[in-house]
Design a protein around this ligand. Structure first.
Ligand SMILES: Nc1ncnc2c1ncn2[C@@H]1O[C@H](COP(=O)(O)OP(=O)(O)OP(=O)(O)O)[C@@H](O)[C@H]1O
Ligand SMILES: [Mg+2]
Length: 305
């Protein structure tokens, strides 16, 4: 069993509306998988079905081999879930919230106390352990909610927009915790609207209107969106065309010429291209691959889907 999550033909209908439409998805064990997509794309609905909180209309779901919803009871023991709108008990302290949810998971006594302390230290919440949850800042609340989701040492952590509304340094720290957990072999399924965060994922699934429109590593998605790697080369000399290479843009500046060229794989073709230019008597002033952002990929793919 190499997959943490296997989803096949997953569909959710609300009346006649398909919120999730024939979704096929496999999340490998040990990976950080990002589910991206505009508002209403169906991310939360997908996650809720994977966690067994909502029944699918059609299709099959397996979590570490357990069928959902049939074997939901077994599956939830290994899933840690942080909902998009999670709730904590505002009139309980940080420690008391952890204690309360720990007992719900069936952890008690010394085991619970040790686990809470371990998590409070890991999430740098120890100094706030006696503060009421209702008095925490947004970033502290997110950490406490993560702590609650981690109490029972889940193998699969499912986070629905865990960093919405928190500032960049706190989001960065939060990703530090996630990477730490991932090193300990925790598989992570996460949704986010922050594209800089999505760069941290091993693979990304892009959803729009209930459908999965693309899947791959950030680098693969960038290549898919543009049909290859973009490189920018500045040369001294005249160029009208380049045998075998596609020029997307050309700017002439005196006797220099700046070109944007599309290569199917820059690591293989860029050396060939430079050799060809050199052979054609052009003096190469600079050559670099253009760093396409995931945001551009996202917008392009969603608009075209
Ligand atoms: N219980 C429900 N009844 C009817 N429609 C629903 C229900 N839950 C979700 N929907 C609809 O299903 C669609 C997908 O919603 P979902 O919450 O899964 O999107 P999302 O990708 O998580 O969006 P966001 O990024 O805004 O969180 C939306 O059009 C939403 O209005
Ligand atoms: Mg959502």
């Amino acid at each position: 069993m190499e997959y943490a999550i296997e989803v096949h033909g997953l569909t959710k209908k609300f009346g006649n509306f398909k919120a999730v439409d024939n979704l096929n998805l496999k999340v490998k064990r040990g990976e950080i998988f990002g589910l991206l997509g505009p508002n209403g794309a169906g991310k939360t609905t997908t996650i809720r079905m994977i966690c067994g909180l909502m029944n699918q209309t059609e299709g099959s779901i397996k979590v570490y081999g357990y069928k959902i919803p049939e074997e939901r009871k077994e599956a939830i023991k290994i899933i840690g879930y942080m909902a998009q709108r999670f709730s904590l008990y505002e009139d309980l302290t940080v420690y008391e919230n952890m204690e309360f949810f720990g007992r719900l998971y069936g952890i008690n006594g010394i085991n619970l106390r040790e686990r809470i302390i371990e998590l409070l230290n890991f999430l740098e919440l120890n100094e706030f352990k006696d503060r009421l949850a209702g008095k925490l800042s947004g970033g502290m609340r997110q950490r406490l909610a993560l702590g609650v989701a981690l109490l029972h040492k889940p193998k699969l952590l499912i986070l629905d927009e865990p960093t919405a509304g928190v500032d960049p340094p706190i989001r960065r720290a939060f990703w530090g915790y996630l990477r730490g957990l991932n090193k300990e072999d925790v598989t992570i399924l996460i949704t986010t609207h922050y594209m800089d965060e999505a760069e941290n994922c091993d693979r990304i699934g892009l959803m729009n209107r209930g459908r999965l429109i693309a899947i791959g590593s950030p680098r693969e998605l960038k290549r898919m969106a543009f049909g290859g790697d973009l490189v920018e080369i500045k040369v001294q000399g005249r160029i009208d065309e380049l045998k075998d290479f596609r020029i997307l843009e050309k700017k002439v500046d005196g006797e220099n010429c700046s070109l944007k060229i599309l290569l199917s794989d820059a690591s293989l073709e860029l050396p060939k291209l430079l050799k060809y230019m050199d052979g054609a008597g052009l003096k190469i002033l600079c050559a670099e691959t253009i760093n396409v952002t995931l945001e551009e990929v996202f917008i392009r793919m969603v608009m075209e889907s």
